[in-house]
Design a protein around this ligand. Structure first.
Ligand code: ATP
Length: 304
């Protein structure tokens, strides 16, 4: 039996290695495919950022011409402000962040940053100024230091550690046997959802962009980690233009403005209090969530 076990175990290891390499390649091509969607104009200048004010001006967008996903969408995020977008699943929330990052071009209308149409500037300069904390952070099969520095490979060890401290992941890292050299990802240490999100926050702190997009995770973290992460996200968004694609209510409550979208249209907008006073769609969603999760704090409520 043991004679069979060793080769079979070895084959299992090889199979997992190949599968992971393919997953990495797929991910790489996935990213490259996204890049092929849009092309820079010849000699497109760099985006000049002065505060990072965002404007969606009468934006229409369809992935497939038979179905409009965003319809005449107009809103502004003044420099340094936080705007949250809420709405049911499939309403078009994440599409806004994909368009802002220019993974796709708008079908009609325009997106402007500090008054410049993002179609007229070099993609690299646009993306350098936007930091995304995504729903699910991709970790590369490399060291934790590499994963934090991804996006700013020239960062020094001291800068990496300082970002990790600000994201409250430093203690966790130094308690690993190989510290910052610990391998993570499929072939190394597996991180929890909250730990991965902290790596993403550390990455973003290191990138230091003028504009932030938080695409909140749909799956609830345990409420203690979630509250801690929310505090870190709020700290990160201070004085930065922030767009929150919201699934939970915690950050929404503090946003300068909340947009409620339905079938790709803004149906309501205002602060948390003003929307509750309006007693419309937002107030209805809020009530439903309060009733569906009677024991949950507002921090743990799900939007979509
Ligand atoms: P959720 O809360 O579930 O994340 P969402 O509001 O973020 O949803 P989007 O991801 O923006 O919704 O999707 C809006 C619509 O566009 C959905 O109907 C979705 O099926 C469609 N859609 C999203 N991505 C694509 C794509 N790559 N190709 C075609 N249709 C897409």
């Amino acid at each position: 039996m043991i004679q069979l076990y060793i080769p079979l175990n070895f084959l299992g290891v090889i199979y997992r290695e190949i599968k992971q390499s393919l997953a990495d390649i797929e991910r790489m091509f996935g990213l490259m495919d996204e890049d092929l969607e849009v092309k820079d104009k010849p000699d497109a200048p760099a985006l000049l950022v002065d505060g990072g004010a965002i404007e969606f001006r009468n934006v229409n967008f369809a992935y497939d011409e038979r179905r409009m996903v965003l319809k005449n969408m107009s809103f502004s995020v003044p420099a340094g402000h936080t705007v949250a977008v809420v709405g049911h699943s499939g309403a078009g929330k994440s599409t806004l962040s994909r368009l802002l990052y220019r993974f796709y071009e708008v079908t009609d209308g325009a997106i402007l940053i500090d008054g410049q149409d993002i179609r007229d500037v070099a993609q690299t300069s646009l993306r350098k100024n936007i930091g995304i904390v995504p729903q699910d952070t991709v970790l590369f099969n490399d060291t934790i230091a590499y994963n934090i520095a991804y996006g700013r490979p020239d960062a020094t060890q001291a800068e990496i550690e300082s970002a990790a401290k600000a994201a409250h992941i430093h203690e966790f890292i130094v308690n690993q046997p190989d510290g910052y050299k610990t391998q993570v990802g499929e072939r190394g240490l597996k991180l929890s959802g909250g730990e991965k999100q902290r790596v993403a926050i550390a990455r973003t702190i290191l990138k230091n962009p003028a504009i932030l997009i938080f695409d909140e995770a749909t799956s609830a973290l345990d409420s203690r980690s979630e509250r801690a992460i929310q505090q870190e996200l709020q700290m990160l968004s201070r004085n930065r233009t922030t767009l929150i694609i919201a699934h939970r209510l915690s950050t929404v409550v503090h946003a300068n403005q909340i947009l409620v979208i339905n079938h790709g249209e803004v149906v309501e907008s205002g602060s948390h209090e003003s929307l509750l006073d309006k007693n419309g769609e937002y107030a209805r969603m809020w009530l439903i969530q309060q009733h569906s999760q009677p024991n949950a704090s507002t921090d743990g409520n799900q939007m979509a």
